[in-house]
Design a protein around this ligand. Structure first.
Ligand code: SAM
Ligand code: SF4
Length: 335
């Protein structure tokens, strides 16, 4: 049997997040500049290359695949890729195939995703106010996303809403969002804004709303019970005793989650990032393209990259500037 991927800190790598495009039909203020220059097509892994890459990782013990971007559902023919991955679910090698999406294309694709074996989907939504939604996403329209969420639930997909906590933007919707998710039986996870990309005119430190603060506000109305559940990532969960609802908090800035990190990220150009917060990466595309007939060099490149996975990341807002900032955009690495 092929030995599994274990990093130098004895963490088994069982989770791969794959960005399938850097493009998006939205321009969220914390994620992209309004005028983005996207990569030329030939830089991107083709759908066949994405298949070969993911299949190789699955052969090395990856059990969970999350497809992201950019907006994964704007990649042309992406459903071909999802359907190709179904064979790994059928064989039992892959435990879960899932995606993170802005929801804009779900009305079109929800049924097909379910047919491909997807059972859960993370949908990003920061506000239920149409005007604010247009402001934060620049190009997005709320009714389209709400129709996408309806379609996902109707198709049988379990929905988790991801909300970026933004000071002075959605603080006043904390309870509205919580109640809305409860009423639709959707989980809800809050994410602290991360110092990604080019700060430019966006004052990211000013936007920072600590989730400690957010939890304190929740306690005004709910009793929060910490749940032991861990997914190997930065998320921590609580149950709201009054409603039974599960809420998640992703706090990469205030908590060190690295000790149980089980994941690596592949960009749409085939670079493998061993840690979201660090620049170290390995060019797997070369290993793949230079050896069309053998996967051995790719496997070797993956193992060599995992051997360099760092112990942790360096994000830190404590000095009131975005230290440890990483210059690439979230849409490049995939959130
Ligand atoms: N387009 C899809 C979406 O929006 O769900 C997938 C890619 S997006 C980069 C993945 C997640 O990253 C989204 O939930 C988004 O809100 C989050 N994100 C983007 N930029 C972020 C930032 N600077 N800080 C925290 N979360 C961010
Ligand atoms: Fe697009 Fe997602 Fe980034 Fe928003 S967060 S711009 S939807 S990739």
């Amino acid at each position: 049997m092929t030995p599994k991927l274990i990093d130098p800190f004895a963490r088994p790598i069982s989770y791969l997040r794959v960005s399938v495009t850097d493009r998006c039909d939205f321009r969220c203020v914390y994620c992209m500049a309004e005028n983005m220059t996207f990569l030329p097509k030939k830089e991107l892994l083709t759908l066949e290359e994405l298949d070969r890459m993911c299949t190789t990782f699955i052969g090395l013990g990856v059990e969970k695949l999350r497809i992201t971007g950019g907006e994964p559902l704007v990649r042309r023919d992406i459903m071909t890729f999802f359907h190709a991955m179904t064979r790994h679910l059928d064989s039992g090698a892959l435990q879960e195939l899932t995606l993170t999406t802005n929801g804009s294309q779900l009305e079109r694709f929800a049924d097909d995703l379910y047919a491909a074996g997807v059972r859960r989907v993370n949908i990003s939504l920061d506000t239920l106010d149409e005007e604010k939604f247009a402001r934060v996403t620049r190009w997005g329209r709320l009714p389209q996303v709400l129709r996408g969420i309806d379609a996902a639930q109707k198709a049988g997909l379990r929905v988790k809403i991801n909300t970026v906590a933004l000071k002075g933007f959605n603080e006043d919707e904390l309870f509205t969002l919580t109640d809305w998710c409860a009423s639709r039986d959707m989980d809800l996870t809050f994410i602290e804004v991360m110092p990604m990309g080019d700060l430019g005119n966006e004052d990211r430190v000013g936007q920072y709303w600590s989730l400690e603060d957010l939890r304190d506000q929740l306690r005004e109305r709910f009793t929060l019970t910490d749940l032991p559940e861990r997914t190997g990532g930065p998320a921590r969960y609580v149950r709201l005793e009054e409603t039974g609802q599960k809420l998640g908090f992703i706090t990469p800035l205030t908590h060190n989650f690295c000790e149980s990190c089980n994941r690596v990220r592949l960009t749409c150009t085939g670079e493998l990032f061993m840690c979201l917060g660090q620049e170290d990466n390995a060019d797997l595309r070369a290993a793949l393209r230079n050896h069309p007939d053998s996967n051995a060099p790719l496997e070797e490149a993956i193992r060599a990259a995992i051997a360099l996975k760092p112990k942790g990341h360096d994000f830190d807002y404590s000095r009131q500037r975005a230290d440890g900032q990483v210059s690439r955009h979230m849409s490049h690495t995939g959130g």
